[in-house]
Every structure is written in C-alpha cells, then in structure tokens.
Design a protein around this ligand. Structure first.
Ligand SMILES: [Fe+2]
Ligand SMILES: [Fe+2]
Length: 238
C-alpha cells in the first residue's frame, strides 16, 4: 500500500478523507475543497509522490522472455520513461478539466479518467524500477505545461475541453501503437502494460466524443502533435 506523505495526510484529514480512499468518488466538494485537493495532486504528481493504482498491474505475472541486452534494456526504459511523462501530462490535463468543468457529469467523467491515468502512472513507475531506471527529471515541467494548456481549453467551454481530451487520447493511442512496434520483443511486461494503456486511452477518447467533444481545427491538432513530439524526444533521455 502506498503511504501518503505527512503533509498530504494533514490536508486529507482536514477534508476527512482517508489516504487510501479514492478521492475520485463522486462527492459534493466545495470549490475550496477542490482547490486544496487540486494543489495536493499538483505537488504529488509533479514532484514524484508514488502513484496509487486501483487495478492490478497487467504485467503482474509476466517476466521477460529471455535476457534483454543492455541496449534493449536502456531502450525499453527510455520508451517507458516517455510513457510515464505522458501519463504525468494526462493527469494534469484531466485534473485541469475536472477543476474548471462547469457541468457536474463532465467533472465526474474527468475524475474517473484521471483515476485510470493514475493506474497507468503507477504501472509505468513500477516497470521503470524493474528495468533499473527512473522517471523523467522534467516531471514538474510536463505537469505544469499540460495543466496550463488543459486549463485554456477548458475555459473555452466544456465541449472544447472534451475536444482537446479526445484529440489527445487519439494521438496517445497512435503513439502507444508505435511503441508496441519499438519495444524489444522479449520485454513482455512493458508490452502488456502499453497494450492495456492503449485500450484504456482508446476508451477515454470514445467517451469524450460521446460526452460532446468538438472536433479541433487542423492547426490546433498539428500544434498538439508538435508539443507531444518535443515531450517524447526529451523524456526519452532526461
Ligand atoms: Fe494514460
Ligand atoms: Fe487516457
């Protein structure tokens, strides 16, 4: 079980939330509650508090099919570090939308998706540790950038916010597909994690479309791809 840091415990005590509770449960939080919870999440996700998974790691019972060479291990770690950075950005994106959402149901859908992104974050962290590596050192930057972009999209209206989520998730699905082609064939645990993440992201995209996402104009979509490329090439190494 992941233990909450003492400062987190104090914040959660104020709100009468047990650290092992899911704070994504639908409750009638006041705007001040949401601000405090949001700040706690920002600091936790950006500065590396271990993520809590509510589902079992899909790689749980798997081991590598044969020995990975040092180059393969380092390449797999680079790819999983990119995926971990992407999940930090996804957390920020959903938390920004949940924070600014006007509609209660939209907020709940965003919080539910953020919980699933937290599973992804935890699984990537666990895989990086098993590969003897570490997450990106630029986590605060990925978090802050994504929260800022998500906030701007959300402030344009819930349907624009959902449009941004749908496009992000669709781009992430394509990115994860490409990782399935690049991960070493013997790295079955990483492959299984990426496969489950791809299925979840695909569901998140479909859900955003069902909830009323608008289709973003082409220049915005291209700009988003460019930003994602900067993140993926940087996080592979740093
Ligand atoms: Fe994710
Ligand atoms: Fe997602």
């Amino acid at each position: 079980m992941v233990r909450a840091a003492p400062d987190t415990v104090n914040i959660l005590n104020l709100l009468e939330i047990h650290p092992t509770d899911s704070i994504m449960e639908p409750r009638n939080f006041t705007p001040l509650d949401r601000l405090i919870i949001g700040l706690d999440r920002v600091l936790g996700a950006a500065f590396g508090r271990p993520a809590h998974a509510s589902r079992a790691n899909p790689a749980g019972g798997l081991s590598e099919a044969g020995r990975l060479t040092p180059e393969e291990r380092s390449h797999a770690a680079g790819l999983m570090r990119v995926n971990h950075a992407g999940e930090i950005a996804a957390q920020a994106l959903y938390q920004a939308h949940a924070f600014w959402a006007r509609d209660h149901r939209t907020r709940q859908a965003m919080e539910q998706a953020a919980q699933e992104e937290s599973d992804h974050l935890a699984w990537c962290e666990q895989r990086l540790a098993a590969l003897g590596s570490r997450p990106s050192l630029l986590r605060p930057f990925w978090y802050a950038g994504s929260f800022a972009i998500g906030s701007v999209a959300s402030l344009l209206g819930d349907r624009w916010g959902l449009g941004f989520v749908a496009e992000t998730e669709q781009q992430v699905v394509r990115h994860l597909e490409s990782h399935l082609g690049m991960l070493p064939a013997a790295d079955l645990p990483s492959r299984e994690i990426v496969r489950q993440m791809r299925d979840d992201e695909s569901r998140h995209a479909a859900q955003a479309v069902r909830n009323g996402a608008v289709e973003l104009p082409e220049p915005v979509r291209s700009l988003m791809s460019l930003a994602a490329r900067v993140m993926t090439t940087t996080a592979y190494r740093i």
